[in-house]
Ligand binder design. Sequence first.
Ligand SMILES: Cc1cc2nc3c(=O)[nH]c(=O)nc-3n(C[C@H](O)[C@H](O)[C@H](O)COP(=O)(O)OP(=O)(O)OC[C@H]3O[C@@H](n4cnc5c(N)ncnc54)[C@H](O)[C@@H]3O)c2cc1C
Length: 385
Amino acid sequence: MDFELTDEQQLIRQTAREFSDREVGPRAGENSTNHHFDVDLVAMIADQGYLGAIVPTQYGGAGLDYQTYAIICEEIGRHCSAMRTVISVQTSLVCSTILRWGTEEQKQRYLPRLCSGEWLGCFGLTEPDTGSDAANQRTRAARRDDGSWVINGAKMWISLGNHAKLALVFAQTEPALKHKGLACFLVETDQPGFQPQEIRGKFGLWASDTAEIALDDVVAAPDSMLGQVGDGFKVAMSALDSGRYSVAAGCVGICQASLDESVKYAVARKQFDRPIASFQLVQDMIAEMVVRTDAARLLVFRAGAIKDAGKPSTTETSIAKYYATEAAVWCADRAIQVHGGAGYVDDHPVGRYYRDARVTTLYEGTSQIQKLIIGRAATGINALV
Ligand SMILES: Cc1cc2nc3c(=O)[nH]c(=O)nc-3n(C[C@H](O)[C@H](O)[C@H](O)COP(=O)(O)OP(=O)(O)OC[C@H]3O[C@@H](n4cnc5c(N)ncnc54)[C@H](O)[C@@H]3O)c2cc1C
């Protein structure tokens, strides 16, 4: 077991840190306040190679390992969860899924455009009536005589859905077959009938683009399926295996940012003629943040090491996702506490950290769903649902 980063990983961390401090941090607060999805910043992130970090260079990616990918997610997530969400969706949910399941033609057609940021992609699994029970898709795909498919239904809470040029759309082809009828389609969003609409009024993640999408007789070409009919659920789960990892890594960034802001403030702020950092109860909050940040980071690296070794990592990924997302919510909440009233307004970013952290225990599988995966692995028994 080696806890040291390689020279290359240290260099990439340094570069990502400087980029995030220079470009992401200064824009994060304003983009959030203005509910602005910053496509210029997305383009800069793409230019850094962060949208295809784990995609091989032959398809336009950076060809990095999963541990290095975590470093990038952490550094971007340290300043802006909305931009880290872009990386998670594009790199993990879309690119890694095409890489794993796509034909050579599909990889050649889509991966270079996605890695360069020319196209954004989105991942359409959740529906108005289908969340945690993801296999229960209400969206329907019907095969036509010429081999193409007609898709009808609705998708809900789809990150990047208003800007994406490519959508992974999950649909049921034959309800009687249940999960054996599920399929995943690569849908180019300029198809007639693909109608995204921005979701307003979110609790946080204001600088992220989130859509509900109506699918009204959307035609998918005969060669647009990822895998085969019946693979849809496996495709979704493999996507989430990578996506959850990146969310966890981004949450390490939220933990670290909450800790950094808290230390800075606690040392500078005086009450009772002393820095508040000298009070044991304040140090207690900071010490807890240190421990949870460390633990979250180590769990992410462990999951990454298993992925890099090419071994199954679903349980370790769920452990990292569950722990890191809950830690991010906790650390951001305590960061507000350390700041007192000053943490309750926009002068300090900790309020945004909390609002943005809050969704991470929901998306890509709630904390309860992660616990079901962890519990099943421990007991060998599927919990009652
Ligand atoms: C900002 C945002 C962005 C998102 N981006 C995407 C995206 O890009 N693509 C996409 O497909 N989806 C996306 N989602 C959807 C997200 O993945 C779902 O919200 C999530 O899976 C939970 O589904 P749900 O909201 O329908 O909640 P439900 O499944 O209805 O769950 C409600 C509550 O019940 C609990 N629960 C449900 N089933 C069980 C069970 N068996 N045991 C114990 N507890 C249970 C849950 O843990 C939760 O507490 C996004 C969501 C948000 C808010």
